[in-house]
Design a protein around this ligand. Sequence first.
Ligand code: PHE
Length: 339
Amino acid sequence: MIQEIDKYLKEVAGFTAKDLKAVEDFRIKFLGKKGILNQLFAEFKNVPNEEKRIYGQKINQLKQAATEKVKQLKEQLENSVEESTSALDLTRPGYPVEIGSRHPISIVKNQIIDIFKRIGFNVSEGPEIEDDWHNFTALNLPEYHPARDMQDTFFLQQNPDWLLRTHTSSVQTRYMEAHQPPIRTISPGRVYRNEDISARSHCIFHQVEGLYIDKGVSFADLKQTLLYFTKEMFGKSKIRLRPSYFPFTEPSAEVDIYWGLETETDYRITKGTGWLEIMGAGMVDPNVLKNMNIDPEEYTGFAFGMGIERIAMLLYQIPDIRMFYENDMKFLEQFKPVV
Ligand code: PHE
């Protein structure tokens, strides 16, 4: 008798069910009116006296185990039924998919690239950690040249020959090393300067620089190209070039566009003049061409460079350059495409 109960105990312990029907069958088999337990209880009177105590304990144990098992399996199956039906409820509304937005720096960068691509410029890129040669020396800025101070530089501590590029002109030197004229390329990218961070300037910003080298490239070509750009980018068709100095171009110029004085904002951003400086430019210095093994007797070229942040600030009327780097969702979401 006792052995028989032990066998049932094992059966209960090992029982599993794949649906509620199997659990119910199991319950009826053990706990139903005519179930095993009731039969065992009925047997009780026939058990020899000396075995009664242990027999009683065993059937109680079996009853408990069977009851517990039924409860546990029911819970398990009911939960999983809920889960699987909820996963399959095709009538439930879907989760909304949030549309992201491009960063304003990328939007403006892509616009500039598009404009220059249309007149045959390709896009070139280079490393942000540069060596002295590509960032300075090759660009007619030898060591101790005072004009190096125009771009306050972050040097790498391990090796002062390495630095964080201060402009993407470094990409142009790499490009000239690898390609012979005709060259028509624009170089967008991130640059670094050791400057105090304020509403107007930052130690990290972005540039697009352009380079055009071929036979017979003149200052008139430069001016016409810049005019084309300002028309496409800003819808403004008046520019002026003021004499300036860059070590890598001769002659050099600062390029201003006539923004106008129609609104109060125009007055504020142009300081009442109507003119806005948007880039530096000039004819590539023959020394730079020589450094790059390009014959300055045969080829001439022009170059220009502009800050993307500055242009984005003008186009979107962003008052503080730091907003570009804070990744504030409220700021970024304004640049979502309208769908
Ligand atoms: N590299 C210059 C700068 O970062 C910009 C520039 C490029 C000026 C090409 C002239 C010609 O300030």
